[in-house]
Design a protein around this ligand. Structure first.
Ligand SMILES: Nc1ncnc2c1ncn2[C@@H]1O[C@H](COP(=O)(O)OP(=O)(O)OP(=O)(O)O)[C@@H](O)[C@H]1O
Ligand SMILES: [Mg+2]
Length: 258
């Protein structure tokens, strides 16, 4: 029997605050609903947003893990993972951002190797610039989600990023327009956006997914897409997340053709 290997997905962007962390958690909720086992790794090492969003009590974070590997104290990866629900586990970033530079990015590959056969999907949250960590995430992922908002700075930077991705020979990225951010301010049409970024938009999270009391979910440590009310009221957005989630389970056909 073939050994199961998780699909590894990086969620990133060229601008801060466009909904990366929310999308990571929302996708995790969607996969959990599909009965997939999901591990979320918080690779935004400048803050511990995933653990904070889910109200998790973190005993051992990525810094501890890296230190233990470094000092030959590591024995079981499970000691560092926090169970959020039956299907979702978390590897948290350190709370103290000063520890960021003390974690070697080379450990990510090693960590992925230890969890690959246990999970169906591994989702990596990142910071919005191409730090060494973001680059390592991208290089070790099956798919990269580039999230962008309907904002001129974001779109102009996205255009540059698309040409960089093409230069790098990357074909495994999906461009996702998040219209639930700046939902009242749809500056450009989709036609305009395609022309600005010189690329297709693969998925659109609709403006109807703007949730007024979103902060309440964060305060309560809940994942929006796991809420039965949201799943009914925001049917259109849930369908988009479902389609996106399914597409990320597929192999990258372009890569195979290379
Ligand atoms: N669907 C939504 N409805 C309402 N508010 C939302 C929605 N999605 C995200 N937000 C809010 O938008 C803000 C930015 O979201 P988020 O933190 O996910 O972005 P990010 O790209 O991870 O940011 P950063 O670059 O700082 O890591 C947060 O305050 C979040 O609560
Ligand atoms: Mg974030």
């Amino acid at each position: 029997m073939a050994i199961k290997r998780a699909k590894v997905i990086t969620v990133t962007s060229v601008k801060g605050g466009v909904g990366k962390t929310s999308t990571v958690l929302n996708l995790a909720g969607i996969y959990a609903g599909m009965d997939k086992k999901v591990l979320v790794i918080d690779m935004d090492l400048s803050s511990s947003t995933i653990a904070l969003s889910l109200n998790l009590d973190v005993k051992k974070d990525l810094f501890y893990l890296a230190e233990d590997i470094n000092n030959n104290r590591f024995s079981n990866i499970e000691d560092y993972l926090i169970k959020y629900s039956d299907n979702i586990s978390i590897l948290a970033a350190p709370k103290d951002p000063r520890l960021e530079n003390k974690i070697s990015s080379r450990y990510l590959k090693l960590i992925l190797g230890k969890v690959n056969s246990v999970y169906d999907v591994i989702i990596l949250d990142t910071i919005h610039h191409m730090s060494k960590y973001t680059l390592t995430c991208m290089d070790n992922s099956d798919w990269i989600i580039y999230l962008m908002s309907n904002d001129p700075y974001d779109l102009k930077n996205m255009k540059s990023m698309i040409s960089i991705l093409k230069d790098m020979g990357k074909t495994n990225y999906k461009v996702v327009l998040n219209e639930s951010i700046n939902h009242n301010n749809k500056i450009f049409t989709k036609y305009d956006i395609r022309n600005i970024i010189k690329n297709e938009i693969d998925f659109v999270i609709p403006s109807s997914f703007y949730i007024k009391n979103y902060h309440k979910y964060i305060i309560d440590g809940k994942i929006v897409t796991m809420d039965s009310k949201v799943r009914v009221v925001n049917k259109k957005a849930i369908e988009v997340f479902n389609d996106l989630a399914k597409s990320l389970l597929e192999d990258n056909v372009l890569e195979n053709k290379k």
